[in-house]
Design a binder for this molecule. Structure first.
Ligand code: IFM
Length: 450
């Protein structure tokens, strides 16, 4: 860790959005309560060997019952925005059709509680918990799921659109589609690239078609999508590695950015995908490119790649290479604040979004609750400070970032890792459900109240 001067809130504009980020499945629990239907993650967790600690989201952080205290905690930090997601199976237990009013009523209470505390609600419609009945009909590989999503988006935005004025259609399509339908490590556990590409196309299409609908139901709302993006570099200056980096970037970043910004799918990536390329109907690309108000960017780590002529890691013929001697998080992810600057300046140079919101950024380390009742997470604290400084540098370079959301308010269910990875700025003692602000959370609060 290099010496570093802590950033100050005054270094950022007065109207900057400061928030924390969460998602429904990861914190809510109450998996079978008040009419909620089964989600693909409930099902995935029930399959042996899927989740590293054999856990599930049945209780998670019990946020469903403890949200007033959790929002008090967020408020105590001094954030002015709170990002959360809505569990589709709470609203439409079968994915479409009958609406479960108790589910809507829960989000009514949640949103009202945010507003009562001066927290601006930022709602994500899809953070991966697809209703299982839709998966039984093909999930995101089926075009019918697009119309089901529009039905769901309509119901939710009609109900909450008077109070929620920031909507994110999808969180990280790469993860929900590529990790879920190709790599097999996320729900629903598929292992077929063509399925994943079709799923991606439907997710993007559902985003684009939902944008005008959300605007109709939520007057004056700002609407966007959140992508997980990575700065990518080549392992060497060889022509082969440089070409591999370009190919990898095609699938990892450009595959999403290009169609969202009206360029269609990247030709080079399409050619490499061959038969795995998705079926695209006339008008789809136009729909996907619906103008939005902001691009949500989630940044965690950079990637370095080398040529992989055998294609053993997929048709992009690129393989990830570990950079040696660098700092890493508990997940093994490279810590690179400069990567954030590189990523944001690249997105700005190549796509010029009017507004970027940094909707997630955070880290996992081995946290220890010490006998003095504290969690001295010096590494996470340093990560947070250095990424905020990097954000400032990106803004100085002209990138129009208007908000930062720390991932995450609470330790929570980290997908295939279960509860083994802690990303919170507040520690959760799962046995008692006690929340304890970590040193990083205490610092974030001081920074915000400064
Ligand atoms: O926990 C996840 C979150 O659900 C999506 N973005 C990355 C986080 C950390 O892995």
């Amino acid at each position: 860790m290099s010496a570093h001067t802590a950033p100050k809130r005054q270094d950022f504009p007065a109207d900057f959005r400061w928030g924390v980020s969460t998602s429904s499945f990861q914190i809510e629990g109450a998996a079978r309560e008040a009419g909620k239907g089964e989600s693909i993650w409930d099902r995935f967790c029930s399959e042996p060997g899927r989740i590293r600690d054999g856990s599930n989201g049945d209780v998670a952080c019990d946020h469903y019952h403890r949200f007033p205290q959790d929002l008090d905690l967020a408020k105590s930090l001094g954030v002015n925005a709170y990002r959360f997601s809505i569990a589709w199976p709470r609203i439409l237990p079968n994915g479409r059709g009958a609406v479960n009013d108790a589910g809507l009523a829960f989000y009514d209470r949640l949103v009202d509680a945010m507003l009562a505390r001066g927290l601006d609600p930022w709602a994500t419609l899809y953070h991966w918990d697809l209703p299982q009945p839709l998966q039984d009909q093909g999930g995101w590989t089926s075009r019918d799921t697009v119309s089901a999503f529009l039905e769901y988006a309509d119901v939710v935005t009609r109900r909450l659109g008077d109070r929620v004025k920031h909507w994110i259609t999808h969180n990280e399509p790469w993860c929900s589609c590529m990790m879920g339908y190709w790599e097999g490590v996320h729900a629903p556990g598929g292992r077929n690239l063509a399925d994943a590409m079709q799923a991606c196309h439907h997710v993007l299409l559902s985003h684009g078609q939902a944008v005008p609908l959300i605007r109709t139901n939520s007057a004056g709302a700002k609407v966007g999508i959140t992508l997980s993006l990575h700065p990518i570099s080549a392992a060497s200056d060889s022509a082969q590695d440089l070409a591999a980096a370009r190919r990898h970037d095609g699938l990892r970043n450009r595959w999403f950015l290009d169609p969202l910004f009206g360029r269609g799918y990247p030709e080079d990536t399409l050619a490499l995908l061959g038969d795995a390329a998705p079926t695209v109907q006339p008008g789809d690309l136009n729909d996907i490119a619906a103008p939005t108000d902001f691009l949500g960017v989630n940044y965690y780590f950079p990637e370095m790649v080398a040529d992989d002529p055998a294609g053993s890691h997929g048709p992009m013929r690129a393989k990830l290479v570990e950079r040696h001697g660098v700092e890493r998080t508990g997940f093994g992810w490279e810590v690179s604040p400069q990567g954030l600057v590189d990523l944001l300046t690249r997105v700005q140079r190549d796509y010029s979004p009017a507004v970027i919101q940094l909707t997630e950024n955070g880290s996992t380390f081995e946290d220890v609750l010490t006998p003095d009742g504290h969690v001295h997470d010096a590494e996470r604290l340093s990560y947070l400070q250095r990424h905020l400084s990097a954000l400032r540098r990106a803004m100085d370079a002209g990138v129009p970032v208007k908000g930062y959301f720390a991932w995450s308010l609470l330790d929570n269910f980290e997908w295939a890792e279960g509860y083994l990875r802690r990303f919170g700025i507040a520690y959760v003692d799962y046995a008692t459900q006690r929340r304890i602000l970590k040193d990083s959370g205490i610092w974030y609060g001081q920074f915000l109240r400064d």
